[in-house]
Design a protein around this ligand. Sequence first.
Ligand SMILES: [Zn+2]
Length: 298
Amino acid sequence: MRFFLIFIVTILYMNGTQAQNIKPLNDLEKKVIEGKGTEAPFTGKYYKFKEKGTYHCRKCGAALYRSSDKFDSECGWPSFDDEIPGAVTHKRDADGIRTEISCSNCGGHLGHIFIGEGLTKKNTRHCVNSVSLEFVPEKRETAIFAGGCFWGVEHLLRQIKGVLSVESGYTGGKTSNPTYEEVCSGETGHAEAVEVVFDANQVSYEKVAKYFFEIHDPTQTDRQGPDIGTQYRSEIFYTSQEQKNSADKLINMLKSKGYKVATKVTKAAKFYPAEKYHQDYYLKKGTQPYCHSYIKRF
Ligand SMILES: [Zn+2]
């Protein structure tokens, strides 16, 4: 009996993680998604919809489009000028004129794609049926990491899918409104840190934190490569108990793999944004970080 219960619970859990609250398709949705139909123009619920978030496949739940790529085309259907990389399949219609777009995960029909209309800079219009989509609102969460020179940490963390913004700054010390020179002196107690805002519906805190541990060396104390001083220490500043639990869990995982982790885990205090010339440093310079790169540790 006990094994049977474990079996049932496992099956329920697996189904739950696969298909999160996906309701069965109604007749119109079936006609469009499975029968390659088209909803009437100007009728779809996402046509003029402007909330921030992600559009998922109505049939399987895969993330397809971001609200930041949606634009008003006046064509009668939701329009996007970009897709989430790899999420959408393009296939020329049998008539050889139009190109169909469908969900790369389940094959569900989305609509058609048009190139060269000059409506946006990307010169692309994904013309998508509202009924093929399910909108998931953005769930903004803030995380703060210190791992050596903030230029490199900022540059690499911004590349995670689901990260909305990154900002270099100072935190963890005593001085109010510190300057870069003051922090460099080592007297303020602040660390060079990066504040990351991400969409928790697209990427989990644990995934971001894992990446943080893999783009800097968490075994170095009060330094990172050539940068020496307490301002270059490895530290996670958590903004919730859940974040602290994740950070502790990851550190224990690394310790069990033999890493002598020096990373501190501290409750987040006031974050002071750094001077403008420190923001987007490598983006503006067009080069790669000198002291940070990805190394697989998990
Ligand atoms: Zn799908």
